[in-house]
Design a protein around this ligand. Structure first.
Ligand SMILES: C[S@@+](CC[C@H](N)C(=O)[O-])C[C@H]1O[C@@H](n2cnc3c(N)ncnc32)[C@H](O)[C@@H]1O
Length: 201
């Protein structure tokens, strides 16, 4: 992995965040006011945990953030944090941490392992976004936000169309703290469409 010791990398180290990614979420949150005191949040693809750290601070002791990743999390969990060690496709939505909950924000920073083949990476990223949308269709409050990281590749327009059919407001966001050369882009959906039916797997 390229060790880019850029501004955000150094800032994350100094401020105790597990990764520079925290600033992407911070930027999106500050602009779109995603997180409020007491919120319940599902963080998909949470390792190494910088989004969880940022979210935990913002939602305070009455909120709860549950992170999910196929890699075991190593940061110390605060009282308002929970972690489920699972691949997203094997996630049990009826597990005790998820069964009775509806969430204010479902966010996904999930990324597939890069093959270097654009269309393959794009399809894999699309698949992860589909899984995140499926979970959001079951677990997000009607007025809640869904935030997805995607590649700006061949599947991007399909994903945006799908999100527009499921959410009343859809925005495309490229945070300043995302490296210029990165193909990543975020899509934010808010307020489920009235006609939106829960998907089946
Ligand atoms: C860019 S990292 C997330 C960084 C995190 N948001 C942070 O701030 O620390 C992407 C994560 O997605 C996870 N991931 C990718 N595919 C996954 C899958 N199918 N199921 C669960 N996690 C997955 C990876 O294990 C990796 O930890």
């Amino acid at each position: 992995m390229k060790a880019v010791k850029d501004h955000y990398f150094k800032k994350a180290k100094a401020e105790g965040f597990a990764a520079r990614s925290a600033y992407k979420l911070q930027e999106i949150d500050q602009k779109h006011r995603l997180l409020k005191n007491g919120n319940r949040v599902l963080d998909l693809g949470c390792y190494p945990g910088s989004w969880m750290q940022y979210i935990s601070q913002k939602i305070g002791p009455n909120g709860r953030v549950i992170g999910i990743d196929r890699t075991e999390l190593r940061i110390a969990l605060k009282d308002n944090m929970g972690f489920i060690h699972s691949d997203i496709d094997d996630l049990d939505l009826e597990s005790p941490d998820l069964r009775d909950s509806s969430f204010d924000l479902v966010c996904s920073d999930m990324a597939p392992n890069s093959t270097g083949i654009k269309n393959v990476d794009s399809e894999r990223s699309f698949h992860l976004c589909q899984s995140a949308l499926y979970i959001a269709s079951h677990k997000l409050r009607k007025s809640g936000f869904v935030l997805l990281k995607s590649f700006h590749g061949s599947t991007f327009d399909r994903l945006v169309r799908q999100m527009k059919s499921e959410y009343q407001e859809v925005r495309i966001i490229k945070p300043k703290s995302s490296r210029d050369e990165s193909k990543e882009i975020f899509i934010l959906g808010n307020r489920k469409q009235h006609t939106f039916k829960q998907q089946t797997p």
